[in-house]
Design a protein around this ligand. Structure first.
Ligand code: NAP
Ligand code: GDD
Length: 395
């Protein structure tokens, strides 16, 4: 059978009966596959393939859960490491030997163009989400060249791989770029929206501006379906422990149980628009489901200081933040982004996206989770077991 697709491409297709155990809620009995096993949209049917760079990170893990729940086959690119770095995926890991496994991991690196093209050739995805990055702003001042190579040139390597794959195979792949509110840096208007000029204040911010514009450029030059999500800070119990919210909630759990005395922070007057990562990955997916690629701000629209976040987190366990916080200038940045507040009205209008979790609920969720983690650590310690030492390189 030959079917015209949205983009008027004509593809060879075959009908495949889905065994009961792989069927999704209200899914159909039969789906249509191309001769490359690519997906064809047919009502609610999807057997799409997605590649995620940065799958082992906070957002990568939430996005993987979301895509698996939507019936995707998910392929993650992970860096080879001498120790395990897939902790955030352990709960959804699927043994690739099992029939019907829909989560697959491939070694690769944004600094290695050949490897990226190789994975794209093997998987032949419908969608690619570029979440991989050296994503810590303070660290980007210590490792500017590495950060720019991974964040900026890394994005270009991936786009080039996609472009050459599309040229050879004639299949268009939808692309998501993880742009950042850090690009607004020294903000030129409040709140920030898609049209606000960028003024980055760190090597990381500068690199993200490049990856943002190169994505727009590939969209306009090669007619690629490439979208940028300008995401404001988003957090969760899976947030890396050196980002300020998680550093705070980890400390709250440990201080409450008597395992830590003080919390050392840098600039607690800076203000951020904090949302929940689980809400934000939905926006990423929605962007790639639009007929036309575009760029969107994703934010809650509310901004509070780091100090206020501390008060919320400590307050949740009945403690006063002031009794535990000390300022340590080593956490100051050479140039600071003082305030960020987003205006996500375009995403609301076009994507019908709104955040569900506010900052109070977010702080509560993170404190509860870290209190539980601290309890586990205390149980081990009280039973005479050694805990992994904090290596003291937090930022
Ligand atoms: P994250 O937790 O720091 O995760 C970063 C991911 O990138 C990890 O999987 C990491 O792998 C991977 N990675 C690092 N260097 C790489 C390389 N050279 N090649 C391939 N992968 C590499 O970050 P996140 O919070 O999930 O953020 C996801 C993306 O959104 C990032 O691009 C970030 O810059 C951007 N962003 C985040 C926020 C936010 O508030 N969270 C806001 C705006 C934009 P390892 O596990 O091996 O280190
Ligand atoms: N990390 C950290 N550690 N930040 C601190 C500390 C501290 O001890 N004390 C104060 N801060 C302040 C920082 O100076 C900054 O103003 C604010 O807390 C938030 O810092 P981070 O949590 O490290 O996040 P970020 O805003 O710099 O960057 C995050 O959000 C960006 C989006 O705006 C990262 O996730 C980036 O990858 C992301 O693009």
């Amino acid at each position: 059978m030959r079917l015209p697709r949205n983009d008027c491409e004509v593809l060879e297709v075959i009908g495949v009966k889905i065994p009961n155990k792989f069927k999704h809620n209200n899914g159909p009995d039969v789906i249509l596959l191309t001769h490359h096993s690519h997906s064809i949209e047919q009502g609610a049917t999807t057997l799409k393939k997605a590649i995620i760079t940065g799958i082992t990170g906070q957002d990568g893990s939430y996005l993987t859960e979301l895509l698996l729940s939507k019936g995707y086959e998910v392929h993650g690119i992970i860096r080879r490491s001498s120790s395990f770095n897939t902790e955030r995926l352990d709960h959804i890991y699927q043994d690739p030997h099992e029939k019907g496994a829909r989560l697959h991991l491939h070694y690769g690196d944004l600094n290695d163009a050949n490897g990226l093209l190789d994975v794209i050739r093997k998987v032949q995805p419908d969608e690619v989400y570029n979440l991989g990055a050296q994503s810590h702003v303070r660290v980007s001042f210590d490792q500017p060249v590495y950060t720019v190579d991974t964040v900026a040139t890394g994005t270009l390597r991936l786009l080039e791989s996609l472009r050459s794959f599309q040229e050879i195979f004639g299949k268009s792949i939808r692309f998501y770029q993880a742009s950042s509110s850090e690009m607004y840096g020294k903000v030129q208007e409040i709140p920030q929206k898609e049209t606000t000029p960028f003024y980055p204040r760190s090597p990381y911010g500068c690199a993200k501006v490049f990856s943002h514009w190169i994505t727009v450029n590939y969209r306009e030059s090669y007619n690629m379906h490439a979208s940028c999500g300008i995401l404001f800070n988003h957090e969760s119990p899976r947030r890396g422990e050196t980002f300020v919210t998680r550093k705070i909630t980890r400390a709250v759990g440990r201080i409450k149980l008597g395992m830590q005395k003080k919390l050392y922070l840098g600039n607690i007057d800076s203000q951020r628009d904090w949302g929940f990562a689980g809400d934000y990955v939905e926006a990423m997916w929605l962007m790639l489901q639009q007929p036309k690629a575009d760029d969107y701000v994703i934010s809650t629209g509310k901004m509070i200081t780091v100090r206020k976040f501390c008060e919320l987190a400590f307050g949740h366990v009945g403690l006063d933040a002031k009794d535990f916080i000390e300022i340590d200038p080593r956490y100051f940045r050479p140039a600071e982004v003082e305030q960020l507040q987003g205006d996500a009205s375009k995403a609301k209008k076009v994507l019908n996206w709104t955040p569900k979790v506010g900052v109070e609920e977010l702080a509560r969720m993170m404190v509860e989770s870290d209190l539980e983690q601290a309890r586990r650590e205390k149980t081990l310690r009280d039973a005479g077991h050694e805990l992994p030492a904090n290596s003291g390189h937090d930022q």
